[in-house]
Design a protein. Sequence first.
Lengths: 517, 292, 475
Amino acid sequence: MSIKVVIKRNTYFDSVSLMSLSTKANQIEGVEQAIIGMGTEMNKGVIRNVGLMTPEVEEATAGDLMIIVKTANADETESAYLAVEELLTNKNSAQAKSDIKYATIDSAAQGIPDANFAVISVNGAFAVREARKALENDLHVMLFSDNVSVEDEVELKTLAHNKGLLMMGPDCGTAIIGNTGLCFANAVRKGSIGIVAASGTGSQEVSVRVHDFGGGITQLIGTGGRDLSKEVGGIMMLDGIKALDADEATKVIVLVSKPPEASVEKKVLAQIKECSKPVVVYFIGGNEEAVVAAGGQFAKTSKEAALKAVLLAGIDDAGINKRALNLPLIEEVRAKLSPEQKYIRGLFCGGTLCDESMYLAMEKFNNVYSNIQKNPDFLLKNINVSQEHTFIDFGDDDFTNGKPHPMIDPSSRIERFLQEAKDPSVGVIVMDFVLGFGSHEDPVGVMLPAIIEAKQLAEKEGRHLEIIGYVLGTDIDKPNLEDQVKKLIDAGVTHASSSTNAGLLAREMVLKGDHHE
Amino acid sequence: MIHAKSGDNYFLQQLVDTEFTGTVHSVFKHALNIRSVADGEIFTLATTAMDNAPNTLVIDLDILDNLHIKQNDSVRMKRDQLLIEDKLQIAIETATCWQCHLPIYPSDTTKLKNNVVQVKRFIDLYGKSGGMKRSDSPVSEFEAETSRLLKQRTTLLHDGLCNRRLDSFQQYALDLVGLGPGLTPSGDDFLVGLFTIIRLEGSPCSIYQPLCESVIKMMKPLTNDISYTTLKKAAYGQVRESIHSLVCAMLSGTETESIQALKKVLAIGSSSGTDIALGLISGLEANIKLGG
Amino acid sequence: MSKINELFTSKINVINVGIELFKDDILAQNASATHLEWSPPGGGKPEIIAALNKIDKAELAEKIEAANRLAVEKIVNSQPVLIGFDQAINVVPGMTKKTILHAGPPITWENMNGPMKGAVMGALVFEGLAKDLEEAAEVAASGEITFAPCHEHNSVGSMAGVTSASMFVHIVENKTYGNRAFTNLSEQMAKVLRMGANDDSVIDRLVWMRDVLGPILRDAMQLNKEGIDLRLMLAQALHMGDECHNRNNAGTALFIQSLTPYILETNYPVEQKREVFDFVASSEYFSGPTWMACCKCALDAAHGIEHSTVVTTMARNGVEFGVRISGMAGNTWFTGPAQQVIGPMFAGYKPEDSGLDIGDSAITETYGIGGFAMATAPAIVALVGGTVDEAIGYSRQMKEITTTENQNITIPLLNFMGIATGIDIRKVIQTGILPIINTAIAHKEAGIGMIGAGITHPPMEAFEKALITISEKWA
């Protein structure tokens, strides 16, 4: 006879697991008797009665888990114990095995009667079919996939509209439904502000600013970037506004998009007019007068949009930290930059973040280039070579093309960053780092060695290289916002507190005397 | 952020009135125990699958063991929210307040007598063995011996009760503490049921109340913290909602109501529910005899 | 309240298709999410997706749905009853003295594999059409013999499926729809013709089956006026641990139990009756062909429903795997290469010894038993090289590619789920999940016989061809 005893200090299993483990352990081959139980005095007494008492068992206390394995032969004890131990560790995986697997939306919808939503991110060539199946099964849809034709988009959205379902996307990267962030989204407080957005990072930015200002989100409905085009006609945005208008928890509605096509803008404005709740409109580079005429609240920047929304939602102005621009810092950097260091280079993962900084720069400069410029005269001739002020959206098709999105893999811009850092005409490099669901686990970390290298190089060459970093995320996001910001600051990067501030800081720092207004 | 659905009055007060801080004691699929730093008392967060219970807050979650919460994680209150590290935030203002008020022992025990018979029969058929209820095929000698001792000691305790043997009550009760398999040992579970009956106002065996309290004082080292807290609460008349419902149904409800309520109790833990119910019955039978 | 507003106030429960990370994030927020085991429809081939999209158009899709509902209704409602035994020449439609029926889709003598050639030669000697095997090969090649698939004669045949005029066959009648199906008798498990063996012992057994076994069974069933309800018996056998393709222990016991009283009443010498019982007892495979005929009878009732994409036949001739679908009436076969059978082999044999998948027995899977009902037969999961969990998984997975559950025949282990019924070629292609088939492995050389058992799948190509054809024809 041979006995092995292991005492696990302060280890608790629920009773159901303990009983089933105990039954299974006694069925293991070679085991004459196995005991898995709490080390109370009374249980120890029982063990004494059945002749299995050992000094280790004596020492167990009421909060300890005792595992006692008795085998006939000494050489079997260890392997029998290991088998018992495996039972303990596999307690959960055994349940997972019998989980039912589904291969199609039809069978899953049938097998899970509570399913109410489909998130679809398969290749665009197959995505339409899956989305249609989902809608036919009365599921709301978030279609993350891109490369879907506009005809298919119209068909899907019309089908959804007729069935009263959400059809977010194609190319919808962000949504928060019932406090659950989907795809790329941030952990934000539940509150009373509803967002309908045609742009992913734009809506992430607004939701994060709302949270930072003490407000919260009811729902964040993504529409996909093409919703406000003439062909699609804003089907999802209009339905989204209506739904938020009817939603009791929502007190304020925020719209985020690039400016809609003219005919669609009319429809949206008409909807705003009809809406019973205040609507804040952030159409990046859009027309203020029309919005105001429709009774909407116009916001020029993402930060302004968030601020207006939280004030309308009744948050006390006095209690909000509005995170004003650090004017002395701007002066300081201006003084450090040499006259040749004239240009901003913006390297962005988030399209709207790129857009916002670019539009802010365009207010002061007439030589702003980008791979996503609307005006063809200012499209980069070669996307790999910057011209004067250049803002690059690494999430655009030009750069992704089969590679993961830079929010998932931010390393794609390292090389470009080092290239810009060597350019003596560059004064400021501005970058975004996106946290939250779906994003990279340490976006700052992957850029850090390159940042340090660039700083050292500039110092060696006797110039100041100003790097501005903006970390999009909330204090409850993962990875930890504070840690990410600290990494930046420790590396000598200027931390911007918002997308808007990042754009303003960059612009103001390179403004030379002759541009001054 | 997660919302609390309902909570034990005492626990809610502790959260709101004191600067509550604690550490995670243990995590299960449907319950998470917290040890208060102030006095070491155990409090519980329970999923929607659980009922209201003393020292327990039921929160709007289905599963608790997938949040990566570990033993000794810190727990604190911050602006009406209970925080466990950065892993779980619970808004408590939404919680409805719950408190256990045990019924008064009735003067007319006709219904009770019938209900006791029916409940016993049902437990015989459907109760879970392994604890108080002997298994037909014990998996080990350990289990068989445990069952034997449980049977022997509960019988002694019951007989003592019926014969007003005040002197031996403490020892017999203490002999049961910590005895048996499961997280809450079967002996403890039995005592939870028994103490509940002793605690009923007008209960013929309420003469044992002071003895229960002294048993509680002596038993702390004999069992684990979770079980200790449950038993201590029971000794002061605080038991979980399903036990409360069963007691009410058996005292003055119909047979059907009693069996309905019993089913919910039997579902507690593995054999715990059965052990508790047998404790209740032991107490009620003693009452019937003593009151007779 | 609109559905969108309902969503706002309810708990989100997501079906995630594509990037799995999104599911993890949802679960981490304590919401419910299920990740689909998704693969691109048609393996991502553009022509297949185009064909799928064509038949997905609302008007046609509705027709297909309605047709498939009717097809599975017929399969489920079919009540095949064994009404007797007789020689093929007397009962099988189109049978002649010089006809040889074989398993699978059509094939010429030249193209047959070793075991099937061996079986044909043996049958020719048995029928007296050739004096020995050498001459049999000449006769087979002479063009005098009509070769035809069993399936095209309301029949099915196990393994090589070779059926000739004087062999005795089961007569199974569909009490609901009136059609009949046939299959020959089990030769049990020694060296047997169906595996391509053809020496004297094989021929002698065939002669005994023709002269003793067949007549006794025929006369016994003549005494049984009710017939034997095969569907009911099949359902019982499944509850007793058979899947009725590779495991027939329970089914054979039930079957012989119901035949025995009538056998006893026939006017044959006791020794001959004794021989019959000994023969049945020699292998539990005895009822294997019976279930095949039962399945065939139900599936034939569902064949020829316009616009139905339900599979009514899966059969292999050792070279090709053939599929027929209900919506293509008559004998339109969609084929692809027969596959290897993967599974444990008898001692002394290696995978390279095995012939390719052969036989009409996949009719059982077409109906929803066999590999589809693996969860009923945990005892043989090792025989087919799997685990019990896998067996349960297979039975569940087959629901992904079928139209309905047949509640007449249930799987206790899966909470009495009805067997997965009505393979839909659209679903096979959409999911990339192929029907699973339990089967025996025959040696690739003629005359050696069974050397193992295992599982196999049809070639996707057969389903793709069917899809392309209907998308061109119906759209």
